[in-house]
Design a protein around this ligand. Sequence first.
Ligand code: DOR
Ligand code: ZN
Length: 352
Amino acid sequence: MSINQTKIELIQPDDWHLHIRDGEVMRDVLTDTARQFARAIIMPNLKPPVTTVELAKEYRARIQAHLDLLGITDFAPLMTLYLTDNTSVEEVRKARAQGITAFKLYPAGATTNSDFGVSDIKHCYRALEEMQAVGMPLLVHGEVTSPDIDIFDREAVFIDQILEPLRQKFPELKVVFEHITTLQAAHYVRDSSTGGKNTLAATLTPQHLLMNRNALFAGGIRPHNYCLPVLKREEHRLALLEVATSGNPRFFLGTDSAPHSKGAKETACGCAGCYSAFNALGLYAEAFESVGKLEKLEGFASFFGPDFYLLQRNTKKITLVKQAQDIPTELPLGNSTIVPLRAGESIAWSLI
Ligand code: DOR
Ligand code: ZN
């Protein structure tokens, strides 16, 4: 990595948590992602969800067809399966044999298209045992879903009620605590004992590193800053920034860029999800620079993810320059439009 005040050269990053949806919108969002990232973990929360290896293969073929149409040859989608109460041991074995990268746990009702998610983790014990045995990572949306639990507490409660008991029961299972948003999650991942093994990690989004919950209500309600888990207080943002920029390999990049059309966000019951893919790397660079830790960006963005997943690191280099990039107020999204994160503002770092 080489850094000066105006230029950063680093190994090309990957996005370890991404939503690209399906159909023609994929074309628009894939273009943004592939401009920056070499690989991305593709989330399976389609309608209907990607619950089997066969469905994942069909989805991968549709992604590949769009990449071919776009002439993109240097981007690899990494496929995931949506864990359900009924996921079988055979499906886990098949997934391992056929190159599926991970399973995703959505507690039923936690977020967008999670209705088919897990109603009780106990229903998944046999599948989880097999995942542990074959080294298949479990990616976790870490929020309890009970309406009795305050929405700002759902991640912290999930750690005590679900995650820690799960890790006690399956100590060798590789777990990624996705898009963490709280000090409790940051410290849990930082401080948990894994017996020296590479079994626990977390991804961090640009919005949770750059914004606190005030951004949801700045001058009025801000639907484009609404995602799940929802933004938290400033003390949480600071704890996330601390661990992300610490050089600890348990923390790596996952944008959770989650496209929803402008109309689906600006409505009486708007969807959760921030679209950060347009200049995600610029946003991460801004976060790292804010605490004087740009030299830690490459490990977070380019090394710790592949190391956790036991994949090769990329070799190609990319360059970010300190040159303001204006973010459009809207971008095309299929036959609709989308409002990107930081729409109408500028980001200090751009990819050249
Ligand atoms: O804000 C979110 N949007 N959080 C999620 O967990 C899902 C995602 C989506 O798919 O839109
Ligand atoms: Zn997500």
